[in-house]
Design a protein. Structure first.
Length: 148
């Protein structure tokens, strides 16, 4: 079993390792520290047997709107419901923060991610050409949260 909890400073190295091993972009450690400092309520980790196996980073972008720039699960722990648990808990946390809408972007050819987010109530709202440094297009996805 695994636990979803707020990130702690000592978790950051494990988060960076997962990001490095599973995401195509390379992020400096300062980016993760900045996410933690700016909006720690939106930075959650999944822990299994005292090991960080996944994370989600969310930030408030404006009044009532949050964005998910990063979500990743260690490749050895995928297909166990960890990503779903992370996003479900994140959406609950955002409701408590009076967030009305959550946005994210995903590579247009990442069918698995698009399907995952659709399963969690997100809809594709637009396409942004050449969004990524590699020149790839992105789908912008949004989900409106219910009022408490």
């Amino acid at each position: 079993m695994f636990e979803i909890r707020h990130v702690q400073p000592q978790d950051i190295f494990s988060v960076i390792k997962i990001a490095y091993e599973s995401l195509p972009e390379r992020y400096s450690p300062e980016v993760f520290n900045k996410f933690y400092e700016l909006f720690s309520e939106g930075f959650l980790v999944a822990e299994k047997l005292h090991k960080i196996v996944g994370f989600i980073v969310g930030i408030k972008t404006s009044n009532g709107i949050a964005r998910i720039p990063l979500l990743s699960v260690d490749k050895k722990f995928r297909k166990q419901g960890i990503g779903s648990a992370l996003i479900t808990q994140f959406l609950k946390e955002m409701s408590l923060q009076n967030i009305r809408q959550v946005e994210l972007e995903v590579r247009i050819n990442n069918d698995a991610a698009i399907k995952f987010y659709k399963k969690h109530g997100f809809d594709v709202t637009e396409t942004v050409p050449r969004f990524y440094p590699t020149g790839e297009d992105a789908c912008i996805m949004k989900r409106v949260l219910r009022s408490c």
